[in-house]
Design a protein around this ligand. Structure first.
Ligand code: NAD
Length: 364
């Protein structure tokens, strides 16, 4: 069989779904790897770094691939150029993707959206949300350090002592914990906050302080649930007081399949120190701050709010290495006796499937 990947087409996207390492592993399983010319170039993998892949133009890749791996969903017209009955694996943004699922149907494609993997131990090696969130959290804190008018670490110099910056990370999932770890490495006085009580121990194990606002909202599957109106008001009141002493906030709060929870109001931002900075990692999903504008820089009462988009693409080499390994581990589940033969009794296969032979399998 042939596994293919294209050069990602989205603006600013620099990752690639198949790295030289993964091409080699697929080749070792008897799989032919066919990539579009320059597919890995922006990630730091020029064509010649792939010892075990063949290169062709996009049309040929699509015409020959039995399985197409992607980082972001391609435009629907790409599916129309694939061979009938082929398979697609990648981040396919399944929520609200009815037209995409219909396009898959027209070529009787089978598609797996890796965002839908359950957060179980067995799925961890394929978990693209985790691998890419780790990159996003790291990058968000570097962007914060760069844009902050203060030093992160404490310095004792002949010109006097510099006090460390006070950094707060709101939402301590995979991205938030990586942001906390990065702030600690840069020497900031770091706190983390989350509505899931089990994050206290995780935050403290990174040497940061857990900010206890007295609101707990654990949901199902290890995720948070949406807060009630009363809980949200209590959270905001407790947080507003605390924000007066904070220099940098990185927000990462999310509830799966829902818009990003609005945690920071304009009034709360107005109460912060002049020169304070907010990096809203939830910008793509609408933002955790009322004032965030996706992809833009907003100034409000002396406070800067950044809403960077697609942070994993900013560290494309390692982001691609992790992503490609996730794709490889999932693809292994689909292969049987040299063919693609998904076993739908496996929950990892069943829960990620958007379309099987063109029949829709996901409503969301
Ligand atoms: P996510 O991106 O869905 O959310 C980010 C964080 O925001 C979460 O920690 C969530 O609790 C928090 N949050 C939501 N609403 C909030 C609010 N109003 N105020 C403050 N914080 C809020 O989460 P994620 O990073 O994808 O991780 C979700 C969970 O899955 C975590 O428990 C993580 O450890 C777990 N996980 C488990 C595995 C595994 O065992 N295989 C793998 C990855 C993640």
């Amino acid at each position: 069989i042939t596994v293919g990947a294209l050069r990602e087409a989205a603006a600013g996207e620099r990752r690639v779904a198949i790295t030289p390492e993964v091409a080699r592993k697929l080749h070792g399983k008897g799989v032919r790897v066919l990539l579009e010319h320059g597919a890995g170039e922006a990630a730091g993998f020029p064509d010649q770094s792939y010892a075990e892949a063949t290169f062709a133009d996009a049309q040929q890749v699509l015409a020959q691939a039995d399985l197409l791996a992607c980082v972001l969903p391609p435009v629907d017209a790409v599916f129309e150029q694939m061979r009938e009955g082929a398979t697609v694996v990648g981040q396919l943004r399944p929520h609200g993707a009815a037209t995409r699922i219909a396009a898959l149907g027209r070529r009787k494609l089978t598609a797996f959206a890796l965002e839908l993997l359950p957060r179980t131990t067995r799925a961890q090696a394929m978990d693209v949300l985790s691998s890419q969130a780790a990159v996003a959290g790291y990058r968000a804190m570097l962007i914060a350090a760069e844009a902050c008018p203060k030093f992160f670490p404490m310095l004792t110099t002949a010109a006097g002592t510099i006090r460390p910056s006070r950094v707060l990370v709101i939402g301590a999932g995979v991205a938030g914990l990586q942001a906390i770890a990065t702030a600690r490495r840069l020497g900031a006085q770091t706190e983390g906050y989350d509505v899931r009580p089990e994050t206290r121990e995780q935050i403290e194990s990174l040497g940061a302080k857990f900010l206890d606002l007295g609101v707990s909202a654990a949901g199902t599957g290890g995720y948070a649930r949406e807060l009630s109106v009363e809980e949200r008001a209590a959270q905001q009141q407790a947080l507003a007081d605390h924000l007066k002493v904070v220099d940098v906030i990185v927000t990462t709060a999310a509830v799966p399949g829902r818009p990003a929870p609005k945690i920071l109001t304009a009034a709360m931002v107005g109460g912060m120190k002049p020169g304070a900075l907010i990096v809203d990692l939830a910008a793509e999903g609408g933002g955790n701050c009322e004032l965030t504008r996706p992809g833009e820089r907003v100034e409000h009462a002396g406070v800067t709010i950044l809403g960077p988009l697609n942070l994993p693409a900013g560290a494309p080499l390692h982001a691609s290495e992790m992503y490609a390994r996730n794709v490889y581990n999932f693809t292994e589940l689909l292969l049987r006796d040299g063919a693609i033969a998904p076993d739908f009794s496996d929950e990892l296969v069943a829960r990620t499937c958007l379309s099987h032979g063109g029949e829709p399998r996901f409503q969301g």
